[in-house]
Design a binder for this molecule. Structure first.
Ligand code: R5P
Length: 150
């Protein structure tokens, strides 16, 4: 899968673990930073990350900040993005299966490298359900995106 990954300063160390894991799984990765612990504003990284998805360069994204919360708020501001903080394996796969989540957000202050690997594996193995209830609900999210742009 073509993936985009990003972090702020609070998440960049965990991001390196994530990148190694994704490489081992054979995914193509675009890294939009950050690359060290110098402070950077998570909305700026989130904007760069989601731009790769809305621009068609990546299918899904993973963003790491301190809690995952700022990353998800910022990513969800952009039409076409369905971002969620996932700190348990059930949410990591069900968010894709039911909600077609395309940006998973992880908090490096909450989740360690072993759980992060499990979360990512669950997220990437999951596919959006063909169930008509799930499809209708996500179609309503698309409607909300369109209405917010009108
Ligand atoms: O939701 C926001 C994120 O957790 C940020 O990573 C966090 O606010 C960064 O905080 P600080 O600048 O104190 O490292």
């Amino acid at each position: 899968m073509r993936l985009v990954i990003g972090s702020d300063h609070a998440g960049w160390i965990l991001k390196q673990t994530v990148i190694e894991h994704l490489g081992a799984l054979g995914h193509e990765i675009i890294d939009v930073g950050s690359h060290d612990d110098r402070p950077v504003d998570f909305p700026d990284i989130a904007r760069a990350l989601v731009g790769k998805i809305t621009g068609g360069e990546a299918e899904r994204g993973i963003m790491v900040c301190g809690t995952g919360v700022g990353a998800s708020i910022a990513a969800n501001k952009m039409p076409g993005i369905r971002a969620a903080v996932c700190h348990d394996v059930h949410s990591a796969h069900q968010s894709v299966e039911h909600d077609d989540v395309n940006v998973m957000c992880i908090g490096a202050q909450i989740v360690g490298p072993w759980l992060a690997r499990d979360l990512i594996s669950a997220y990437l193995a999951a596919e959006f359900s063909t169930d008509e209830d799930m499809r209708r609900r996500v179609a309503k999210l698309h409607d909300m995106d369109r209405q917010s742009q009108a």
